[in-house]
Design a protein around this ligand. Sequence first.
Ligand code: CA
Length: 251
Amino acid sequence: MDRKEIQVAVEKYLAQKGYGRMALKAAMFDMDGVLFDSMKNHAKCWHETMAHFGLELPEWEAYMHEGRTGAGTINLVSIRQRGYEATEEDIERIYQYKSDLFNKCPKAERMPGAYELLMKVKGSGVVPMVVTGSGQKTLLERLNRNFPDIFRPELMVTAFDVKYGKPNPEPYLMGMEKAKKELGALAPSNFIVVENAPLGVAAGVAAGVFTIAVNTGPLPDDALLSQGAHLLFHSMQEFCDEWEHVVACLR
Ligand code: CA
């Protein structure tokens, strides 16, 4: 991607929103499929869990629901296949089974290029944040181990902070709220969102933020572009290689 393409994307976003200019201060990163190469495990576990309960969810489709709450995904499949909503007991049982399976999977690796990108982001004076629907108890410890000295806990949004989850803009609105307290009054044009999933892109766009899709999974680019992604890279490494151009256009 050349600088011109990035510039065009930024100008289009500013015109749509009626903002004068971008003044990038913080970058809100999604976690699964962006910072960690964990989506293969999630998709496999969802598929196996549903099959165990007589329900159908192909692995590729799990990528389409990525970012939804566990309850949301279970309900959607239940309504589609059985014609009724899952009971709370159902949801608890199915989600527990999926979590147990997931915990037995080998720990996901850092996404190639992610740490290098985060170092560049920080080096540019932009504050990196995490906005995730994940609620793993070891989350903070894992982030610190894999990305030392990058994230501040008070600038993180996790499953414990939000009610609706993506594609609702809530997680990113809350991210901006937290950044306001810590970094001073900030507008959407002070942020970017970095997402790998269609629903995550939809959430970033609905929050009014310039949203960069990183297509690290098996879905076609259009699954992300059709949700309104303003820019798309095919890997975190590619995004990392282009960071200087991106940040030059966003300031
Ligand atoms: Ca994700």
